[in-house]
Each structure stands twice: as structure tokens, then as C-alpha cells.
Design a protein around this ligand. Structure first.
Ligand code: TYM
Length: 333
């Protein structure tokens, strides 16, 4: 067994992937994988997706698209298993045990649960409520040290740590207590139409988000239409949240700091800045889209990847679940 530190992270195939998912999570997974310091497991969180009502055919399409985008963005499946959560039964098995060690009170404090229950008032199901427990199971099964996510998942990481610590105290040392890895730039990409709201694939206004598979024209149009303020200076500050969001997108794709961006566009105005942001995003997406198109014409290869990913993930996950079952007192089969 490798003595490298472990990473686990995941993205839900619940709609097309946005550049928020990429800049907040996937891009950093690729960078962390490149350091060779970690053994990484990357998951397509399909079980999570059905907490909100979905068409089965959409899940199937989004899941394969997302798998291809993981690889097209630079995840090397030879190095890091990529797998579907639903192909590893231990996620559901552990989530039951953890459900019995998690309090209603702590789950009802989750802001994502409150947000989603407001948005889907006609379907506040039990899965939506216990979703953070399934997420804790995802992470703890792999004894992950580090979990690279965007800012919106921070609270779920905190509850994962609480659940792990509580279980360890009750049943003796069982789980690694994981740390969140939240990037300095790109951790919270906001809607282009409402900079007070995070960019989300479930936004009803398609001008609010940029998808990984958006055409260059669509990217240019959406960024040109992005809501800003009535001023003209490319600077951070009170009332300039729209511009600051575009600056952080530009910074995340070019590697430039906010100061460098302010200097670069000093005295130039939004008419120069917005097309420059759009061009930088288009250039960042171009090679990913090309690779994605190649991959989608090779379904056999994609199938091979997720099958072998699940095989490796199952081996690791089974070890943890049998340890957990033993510790809680179940007779070994
Ligand atoms: P999901 O599918 O909503 O988002 C996937 C990743 O993208 C990040 N993200 C963003 N980052 C910056 N700006 C944004 N606007 C933005 N929108 C999304 C998220 O923080 C996340 O890192 N519950 C998770 C999936 C999951 C998971 C896990 C993650 C399931 N099990 C175990 C880590 C570990 C989710 O719904 O992410």
C-alpha cells in the first residue's frame, strides 16, 4: 500500500458542469495530482444527484459528459481512479452507520439544506436532509487526508470532521479526520447576473453561468452581458462585486493576482476588460473541449475507465466498511 496522503473529491452530474466547478474544484484536482504527493480518488457523485428530482436520461447523459470532462481537464485515470459513486456499494452502507451517529440538530443547521429546501419546496425529501452524511461517508471510506472543494462545501467538510471524531471517540480510532483544501482564487465564482449568488448549474437564467462546453460565442456574449457597476475602473471595492468576480475568474484562468490585474487594466475601462476576460476563458476551455470531443467518440475507452476506477475504489472502500461493521458489533459474514 502506498504511504502517500490520500485525496478524495467529487462532483455531482446534476446538470452541465460550470466553470465554477472547474475553477473551485477540478482545476485544483489536476494540480494536486501533478505534485505526485497524493493518491487521489475522483468520484462522480451520482447518488447525491437524486436528492433533487431528475430525469433518468439526463443523469445518464450528464454522468458520461462529466466523466469525459474529468479526463479532458487533465485528470489522469492511470494515476487516479475515476469512478461512479453508485458503483461502490460501501458508500450507502457507511452512510447508514453514520446516519445513526449524526444528530438531526446538526443536519438542520446546514445552509445548503436550507437553500435547497427553499428552492425545491415541493420535494423536501429525507435524502436532501441526510445528504451531508452520505458526503461524509464518501470521504471517510477512503481515509482521505485532503478534500479539494469550493467554498460552498466547507460546512459539509466541518460536519464530516465532527462525525469522524465522534465515531472515533465512541468506537476507537477508525477514520482519518480530513482537511478541506479550498483554493485562494476561484473558490467562490459568482453568478454573472447576480454577484451576490454563487454561479450554479441550476440557475434558471443561463446568462448567469458559463458551462465548460459553451461555445466561444456564448462565453463572449455572457461575459459582455455580465452585471457590473456604473463605474469604469477595474478595481476591487465596495459595490464592485461584479467586476471583482470577473477579476477572480480572469485571475484563476491566467494565474495573475488581483494586483496584477488592476495594474494591467489601469485606465482601460470595462470595454477592454470584459473581452479580455472572455478571451482568456475561451482559451482555457478550448483544449478541454477538443479533448472532450475526442473522448465522447470513444465510449469503450470511457467505460474501461469507470470500470477499472470502481474496481480500485471498491477495494479501498471495502476495507473501511468491514472495519466499521466489526467495530459497531455486527457479526462478520
Ligand atoms: P457540486 O457538484 O455542487 O460541485 C462540485 C465542486 O464544485 C465546487 N463549486 C464551486 N466552486 C467555486 N465557485 C462556484 N460557483 C462553485 N460551484 C460549485 C463545489 O464546491 C465542489 O467542490 N456535495 C458535493 C459533491 C460531493 C463531494 C463528496 C465533494 C459529494 N461527495 C465528497 C467532496 C467530497 C457537491 O454537491 O458539489
Amino acid at each position: 500500500m502506498s504511504d502517500k496522503k490520500r485525496i478524495l473529491s467529487g462532483i455531482q452530474p446534476s446538470g452541465a458542469m460550470t466553470i465554477g466547478n472547474y475553477l473551485g474544484a477540478l482545476k485544483n484536482w489536476v494540480e494536486l495530482q501533478k505534485t505526485d504527493e497524493y493518491e487521489c480518488y475522483y468520484m462522480l457523485a451520482d447518488l447525491h444527484t437524486i436528492t433533487v428530482r431528475q430525469e433518468a436520461k439526463d443523469i445518464r447523459k450528464n454522468a458520461m459528459d462529466l466523466l469525459a470532462l474529468f479526463i479532458a481537464s487533465g485528470i489522469d485515470p492511470e494515476k487516479s481512479p475515476i469512478f461512479f459513486q453508485s458503483h461502490v456499494p460501501a458508500h450507502v452502507q457507511l452512510s447508514w452507520v453514520l446516519n445513526c451517529n449524526t444528530y438531526m440538530g446538526e443536519l438542520s443547521r446546514m445552509t445548503q439544506y436550507k437553500d435547497k429546501s427553499r428552492k425545491h419546496a415541493d420535494n423536501i425529501n429525507a435524502g436532501l436532509f441526510t445528504y451531508p452524511v452520505l458526503m461524509a461517508a464518501d470521504i471517510l471510506l477512503y481515509q482521505a487526508d485532503l478534500v479539494p472543494v469550493g467554498q460552498d462545501q466547507k460546512q459539509h467538510l466541518e460536519i464530516t470532521r465532527d462525525i469522524a471524531q465522534r465515531f472515533n471517540n465512541t468506537y476507537s480510532e477508525t477514520f482519518k479526520v480530513p482537511e478541506a483544501y479550498i483554493p485562494k482564487v476561484g473558490a467562490r465564482v459568482m453568478s454573472l447576473q447576480n454577484p451576490a449568488q454563487k454561479m450554479s448549474k441550476s440557475d434558471t437564467n443561463e446568462n448567469g453561468y458559463i458551462l465548460m462546453l459553451d461555445s466561444p460565442d456564448a462565453v463572449m456574449r455572457k461575459i459582455k452581458r455580465a452585471v457590473t457597476d456604473s463605474g469604469s475602473e477595474v478595481k476591487r471595492g465596495e459595490g464592485k462585486e461584479g467586476i471583482e468576480n470577473l477579476m477572480s475568474i480572469y485571475g484563476a484562468v491566467t494565474g495573475k493576482t488581483m494586483e496584477e490585474i488592476e495594474n494591467e487594466f489601469d485606465g482601460k475601462g470595462y470595454g477592454v476588460f470584459k473581452p479580455a476576460v472572455a478571451e482568456a476563458v475561451i482559451e482555457a476551455l478550448r483544449p478541454i473541449q477538443e479533448k472532450y470531443n475526442d473522448l465522447m467518440s470513444n465510449k469503450d475507452y470511457l467505460e474501461k475507465i469507470y470500470r477499472s476506477g470502481a474496481e480500485i475504489a471498491n477495494l479501498t472502500a471495502r476495507k473501511t466498511i468491514s472495519k466499521v461493521y466489526r467495530k459497531v458489533g455486527f457479526i462478520q459474514p
